[in-house]
Design a protein around this ligand. Structure first.
Ligand SMILES: NC(=O)c1ccc[n+]([C@@H]2O[C@H](COP(=O)([O-])OP(=O)(O)OC[C@H]3O[C@@H](n4cnc5c(N)ncnc54)[C@H](OP(=O)(O)O)[C@@H]3O)[C@@H](O)[C@H]2O)c1
Length: 238
């Protein structure tokens, strides 16, 4: 059996990662703050015939991040796939939001992702196998506040890491989803109800195509043709 750790596994894309991984026989470790929702995700996975470990942690708290990193380093219980998925929108412009929120978002989406990638990457390279899948965003292409800056960091970081990992048996993949129907926008207080239906992706689509890309060891993946085109067109614009 192979084991995957998914951060932000209590909702949205994270719970879909757990579902699809469990459906293909992966044991799972689910990480997020909401222990009750993690337990529900774990129960669903167990119902699919795999083992599921519940690991409540706030990735905005350094001591919690270190506990998760320790779990990834444990040689007795190897983790074969790390999905760094936890994240959130700020919902306001930089100067309109408080610095405390900005600081926490940076800790979760950048620092925790870096620390967990380091812990998992070291253990995987020592074993000669493993995959890391980092969730960025199409927003990495735009200059719209700290969220897009964090996602651009994840994108650049993962592509550089993938190059350094060549020949080790370990791969790193970054996924750049467009808009996905999850709790993300409500949590951030963003009203996107005026967006046309064609811009919305299903969690199933994003998760399926990113897991396929990670399995093949691809470095980048943009789920759906429309967002691939959006990425290319935006790169041609001033
Ligand atoms: N939805 C979109 O349109 C979209 C587009 C592009 C990229 N993304 C990215 O996709 C990823 C998943 O987002 P989503 O759309 O699935 O949003 P979501 O439905 O709001 O889920 C976010 C997940 O992150 C977890 N999380 C938030 N803060 C955390 C913390 N401090 N510590 C640990 N876990 C934390 C939440 O769990 P708890 O509350 O239980 O901690 C939840 O499981 C994010 O990285 C997001 O930036 C989303």
């Amino acid at each position: 059996m192979t084991t995957a750790m998914v951060t932000g596994a209590s909702a949205g894309l994270g719970s879909e990662y757990v579902k699809q991984l469990a459906a293909t026989g992966w044991d799972v470790i689910v990480v997020a703050r909401d222990a009750a929702r993690l337990e529900e995700a774990a129960q669903r996975a167990r119902g699919q015939g795999v083992t599921a470990e519940v690991f409540p942690a706030d990735l905005g708290v350094r001591a919690d991040v270190e506990r998760v990193a320790e779990r990834l380093r444990d040689p007795a219980r190897p983790v074969d796939l790390l999905v760094n998925n936890a994240g959130m929108g700020t919902g306001r412009g930089f100067l309109e939001s408080d610095l405390e929120t900005q600081d926490r978002n940076l800790e979760v989406m950048v620092r925790a992702l870096m620390v967990l990638t380091h812990a998992a990457g070291e253990a995987m390279v020592a074993r000669g196998s493993g995959s890391i899948l980092n969730v960025s965003s199409i927003a990495a292409r735009t200059a719209s506040g700290t969220y897009s800056a964090h996602k651009a960091w994840v994108d650049t970081f993962t592509r550089g890491l993938a190059r350094r990992l060549r020949g080790t048996g370990v791969t790193a993949t970054v996924v750049r989803p467009g808009l996905v129907r999850t709790e993300f926008h409500d949590r951030a207080g963003l009203d996107f109800s005026d967006k046309p239906s064609f811009v919305w992706l299903k969690t199933e689509t994003v998760v399926r195509s990113s897991l396929r890309a990670a399995k093949k060891g691809r470095v980048t993946v943009i789920p759906s043709l429309r967002y691939k085109l959006a990425w290319v067109i935006s790169s041609l614009l001033p």
